[in-house]
Every structure is written in C-alpha cells, then in structure tokens.
Design a protein around this ligand. Structure first.
Ligand SMILES: [Zn+2]
Length: 97
C-alpha cells in the first residue's frame, strides 16, 4: 500500500512522521480533517522536521533544511541555532572517526 502526503502528494515512507518534501506532519490525522488548522507556518514545519533529522543524527539533512528556512527567513533564530548545532555535531562525528 502506498501512502501519499495529503498536502503535496509526495510518496511517504511508513516510518516518516513528517513528509520529506513539504514537512507536513503525517500522523496528525485530526489536523488534516480541519483544513483551517493546517495553516501552520511553513518554517515551523521545516524546523520540526529539521529537529527530527537532528535527533536522528542526520546532520546533513538538518543543515539542508535549516538553510532552506534561512533563505525564506534570514532572521529565524531557531533555524540558525539548529544549523550551528548540526555543524558542530557533524564536526564532532568526523573527528571521532
Ligand atoms: Zn508533503
């Protein structure tokens, strides 16, 4: 069975809690049924997703998303901080060897 993101129609993986394309929260069915509450800020959604990647130690994706957010919102402090944290963690991983 193939599932698709209700927002952007991108194919989603079973384990994904967020859409890889648009960052839409996939398991929050109650949010989907009420269209008026879906209007979460795009940067918030992407930041949530970036945080998930960070917890998974996927720092490349974390940085990629944070950079995306910062293109849209250069003043987004949370994204800046997460980007720095990811860069640091990545550095640590590399030197750990
Ligand atoms: Zn999507």
């Amino acid at each position: 069975m193939k599932d698709h993101c209700p927002r952007c129609q991108a194919e989603k993986k079973n384990a994904d809690r967020f859409c890889g394309e648009c960052g839409f929260r996939l398991n929050e069915e109650e949010v989907l049924t009420d269209g008026t509450r879906v209007e979460m800020k795009m940067s918030d959604i992407q930041l949530n997703l970036a945080t998930v990647y960070f917890k998974r130690a996927d720092y490349q994706e974390t940085k990629r998303l944070c950079e995306k957010i910062l293109v849209l919102e250069p003043g987004n402090k949370s994204a800046q901080e997460l980007l720095e944290k990811a860069a640091e963690a990545e550095e640590t991983e590399l030197t750990k060897g």
